[in-house]
Ligand binder design. Structure first.
Ligand code: RUB
Length: 316
């Protein structure tokens, strides 16, 4: 019993690290959550199949609630539990083997699709281009680094991304990769848009209508790009699609602690701190994903084709 408790404590701890942004960005969050689930299964005490499945369910819901606008994490851990429920195992050894196999499958899919996504994206970067990005997306950065390795010569403008300055992480990584990078404050985006050829951002969630949810400020940049007739792309795995949006649910937008905006505000001041915003598909030229560069309108078919299990429920 103690070991089970210890296991779930570790899951609570991982969820807390995700909530605090010690693990940041949709892809890192999804990978961390699914690895934590496998570790939990590997380490916790085994009583029987039924109790193990209910423990996994509990762990999954603890992780799911760590950050609410993260369907990639929810899809990945749902897949994990769904495969576990549908596999044949009765013993601890059997369970451990199946769990490791599911994790390996998910990681392999991630690696293969990530390689494809960044390769498709890198071909959009032409010599002499200036790219604007917002926040810190591991997918955007890996794509830019690949374009650089492939010999493209381009520069990047990064918004600092208030209140938590993820733009600094982006800028540091790009500078270390030898990419000419300029950091600007978020409110300078419109002043710089005339020198930009392409805007590319990551995504946290994609809805059934093809709208994209990404770091707060993204939709403002999309509007600015639209006004200046600059193409705006999102680069993202299709696993950031949220199936709940098909059934009428809205993607909920995480509201973060006001301390992130102002640690000692005057008494009585209200501070709003939404983490993300919604960019309508009308402002998105394309979604660069594992299926290629697709129109936001075709998101549903692309997900159905590639990941039909996204639409199943866990106990199916
Ligand atoms: C990060 C963010 C990133 C997406 C995509 O927000 O908005 O653009 O998560 O990242 P936060 P990736 O810092 O609040 O997690 O491409 O790495 O999945």
């Amino acid at each position: 019993m103690n070991d089970v408790k210890l296991g779930i404590d570790k899951i609570v701890d991982v969820a807390e690290r995700i909530r605090r942004l010690e693990v940041q960005g949709a892809t890192n969050i999804a990978l961390t959550a699914v690895k934590a689930l496998n570790e939990y299964v590997q380490e916790s005490v085994f009583k029987d199949r039924a109790s193990k499945l209910s423990e996994v369910s509990e762990a999954r819901s603890v992780l799911s609630t760590s950050r609410e606008t993260e369907p990639y994490m929810r899809n990945a851990i749902k897949y994990f539990e769904w495969k576990l429920r549908n596999a044949n195992w009765e013993t601890r050894e059997g369970l451990r083997e199946v769990s490791k196999k599911i994790l390996d499958e998910l990681i392999l899919n991630f690696e293969k699709s990530h390689t494809a996504i960044i390769s498709f994206g890198s071909k959009r970067i032409l010599d002499g281009d200036c790219i604007l990005t917002h926040c810190h997306s591991s997918t955007v950065n890996d794509m830019l680094k690949l374009a650089k390795r492939n010999g493209s010569s381009f520069s990047v403008i990064v918004t600092e991304t208030r209140p938590l300055y993820q733009g600094r992480i982006t800028a540091r990584e790009l500078i270390e990769a030898g990419i000419e990078t300029t950091l600007i404050v978020d409110s300078a985006a419109r002043s710089f848009i005339k020198s930009v050829d392409l805007v590319i951002v990551g995504a946290d969630a994609i809805t059934s209508e093809g709208n994209v949810i990404n770091k707060i400020g993204t939709s403002m940049i999309a509007l600015i790009a639209h006004e200046a007739r600059i193409p705006f792309y999102t680069i993202s795995s299709l696993l950031k699609f949220d199936p709940q949006t098909v059934y009428g649910e809205f993607e909920s937008i995480e509201e973060r602690n006001s301390f992130e905006v102002w640690a000692d505000p005057p008494e009585g001041l209200c501070i709003a701190n939404p983490a993300f915003d919604i960019t309508k598909r009308d402002y998105i030229h394309g979604i660069i994903c594992e299926e290629g560069v697709i129109s936001p309108h075709s998101i549903l078919e692309a997900v159905y084709r590639r990941y039909p299990w996204v639409f199943t429920t866990v106990d199916n």
